[in-house]
Write a new protein. Structure first.
Length: 277
C-alpha cells in the first residue's frame, strides 16, 4: 500500500479561541503550528490566515506571504494555500480569490461546485473553477480539489477528462460538513468509487467524525487531513493544545495499521510534483 500523506489544516475560517484557546491567529503562530506538525510527521499544511488582532478570517497577501516565508525558512513541508474566501464580496471576488496562486505555494485548494454551507451559500461557479484550474496549471501549483458531494466528483472528472489538470489529479473528500455528504463509510466508499483512475485522494471528517473517517481512509489506501480546521477536540471533552497532537495521533494509528507515513519528499513523488532543488 502507498505511503500515507498527512495534511494538517491549521486554522480554517471557522474555529475561534472561544472554541479552543490554542487556535493560532498571527502569521508567527500559524507558522509555528505548521512547523510543529512537520516535526510530528505531516507532509502538507493547509493554510488560512486570520486578522492578527481579531482572529476573524482574512485574505491578505502580506499575511499569507509571512506564513509562507516563515515555514519555508525552516522546513520542506508542502504548503497548500486556501482559495476559499467567504469574506470577499464584489464583482472581482472570484479573481481576488486566486491571489494565493501567485504566492508560490506547492498546492492550492480548489473547491469544486457550490454548496449550502452552515446557513450560507458557498458559491463556486463552473466558470470560476475552470479559470482557477487553468491559473494553477500555468503557475505550476497543484490543485487540491475539495469535493463535498457526488456532483462535485462528477464535475472534477469532467475537468480531468478534458485535460485541464496535470496527472495525477488530487482530491480532498470533505465529509460531515453541513450540508454536504455524510461522514460515514458508505458515503466514502461511494465517492471513492467515482474518482477517476489513477487519482490520489485524501479524506477529512468534521468534528467527532474526524478519527473514524480518517481511519477508514488509511485502511482503504487514501491519505488524510486532520487539524483545528475540522476538529478542536482530541478526544471527548479534551481540547487539543496544538494541531500537532492530531498529527501525532495519526502517525501512531498508521503504525498500528502498518501503514508507513510519507516524508515531504515522498509526498511530492506520490502527487507527481517536482522535488525541491
Amino acid at each position: 500500500m502507498e505511503k500515507l500523506i498527512i495534511t494538517a489544516a491549521l486554522t480554517g475560517s471557522g474555529p475561534t479561541r472561544e472554541n479552543n484557546p490554542h487556535i493560532p491567529y498571527t502569521p508567527a503562530e500559524i507558522a509555528e503550528e505548521a512547523l510543529r506538525c512537520w516535526r510530528a510527521g505531516a507532509a502538507v499544511v493547509h493554510v488560512h490566515v486570520r486578522d492578527p488582532e481579531t482572529g476573524r478570517p482574512a485574505f491578505d497577501r502580506k499575511l499569507f506571504l509571512e506564513v509562507v516565508e516563515r515555514v519555508r525558512a525552516e522546513s520542506d513541508i508542502l504548503i497548500n494555500l486556501t482559495t476559499s474566501a467567504f469574506n470577499l464580496e464584489g464583482p472581482d471576488a472570484g479573481e481576488r480569490r486566486l491571489m494565493p496562486v501567485d504566492l508560490g505555494p506547492d498546492l492550492c485548494s480548489l473547491d469544486i461546485g457550490s454548496l449550502n454551507f452552515r446557513g450560507r451559500v458557498f458559491i463556486n461557479p463552473s466558470e470560476w473553477v475552470e479559470t482557477a484550474a487553468d491559473r494553477m496549471r500555468k503557475a505550476g501549483v497543484k490543485p487540491e480539489m475539495e469535493v463535498f458531494d457526488m456532483g462535485h466528483v462528477r464535475q472534477a472528472r469532467d475537468l480531468v477528462e478534458r485535460g485541464l489538470l496535470e496527472d495525477p489529479p488530487y482530491f480532498q473528500i470533505c465529509l460531515g460538513i453541513a450540508w454536504g455528504a455524510e461522514a460515514d463509510l458508505e458515503t466514502l466508499l461511494a465517492l471513492k468509487a467515482r474518482l477517476p483512475a489513477g487519482a490520489q485522494w485524501s479524506v477529512l471528517g468534521v468534528g467527532q467524525r474526524q478519527l473514524p473517517i480518517t481511519t477508514h481512509a488509511m485502511l482503504m489506501g487514501g491519505h488524510v487531513r486532520v487539524g483545528f480546521e475540522d476538529n478542536v477536540f482530541l478526544s471527548r471533552g479534551v481540547l487539543a493544545d496544538s494541531n500537532a497532537r492530531f498529527v501525532e495521533r495519526t502517525v501512531k494509528l498508521a503504525d498500528l495499521l502498518q501503514r508507513e507515513v510519507a516524508t515531504c519528499k515522498e509526498a511530492r513523488t506520490i502527487l507527481g510534483m517536482p522535488q525541491l532543488s
